[in-house]
Design a protein around this ligand. Structure first.
Ligand SMILES: NC(=O)N[C@H]1NC(=O)NC1=O
Length: 173
């Protein structure tokens, strides 16, 4: 898909295609559509990021809360979005042993209790060992720093999902 195709999309098509580049936040795609035309793919990505950056903290935390836990109950119930399912599966989180799954669940619960939002990490850039390691490390970070880190991960997930949709190299996005 090239930028001319993106610019030619009507509202419904745009939200259908880009509605989940930020997990379960189609409102962001709906807002970004109003800002077309886009000069290139990089420009499109910047509009998604600028929307996130302009939100008050409550809105930024809301975005984080739209993310399912990694290796959590939604994965077990089979209710993840297709994108999240692929990402968690690619990181090996769908085949954890019971001990590993319970350890991750305990760390996820501690993280949520401390910060008030779920632990978010771009699973595709990680693997099962690194997920637990990162979770344990970030659990000890100051709250303001952790909010910034988590939003950075949301942007990485967004970049990778955009790159998939546009068949682009994520490094060039
Ligand atoms: N909790 C969390 O990070 N979830 C996200 N990460 C990812 O790569 N896909 C997701 O759904």
């Amino acid at each position: 898909m090239d930028i001319e195709k993106v610019n030619s999309m009507d509202f419904g098509e745009f939200v259908d295609v880009f509605g989940n580049v930020i997990e379960r936040c189609p409102l962001i795609a709906a807002a970004v559509w109003s800002q077309r035309l886009f000069s290139d793919l990089e420009d499109l990505k910047k509009h998604f990021f600028a929307f996130i950056d302009a939100l008050p903290q409550s809105g930024q935390e809301g975005i984080l809360r739209c993310h399912p836990d990694l290796a959590g109950s939604e994965l077990r119930r089979g209710t993840l979005t297709a994108e999240s399912q692929r990402e968690q599966s690619g990181a090996g989180l769908t085949t954890l042993g019971t001990d590993e799954r319970l350890r991750l669940a305990e760390l996820n619960a501690q993280y949520r209790a401390r910060f008030g939002f779920p632990f978010v990490l771009a699973a595709r850039l990680s693997d099962r060992a690194a997920v637990s390691r990162e979770l344990a490390r970030r659990l000890l970070c100051p709250s303001a720093q952790e909010l910034r880190t988590a939003l950075g991960q949301v942007k990485k997930i967004c970049s990778l999902r955009l790159a998939d949709l546009l068949h682009a190299d994520p490094a060039k996005l």
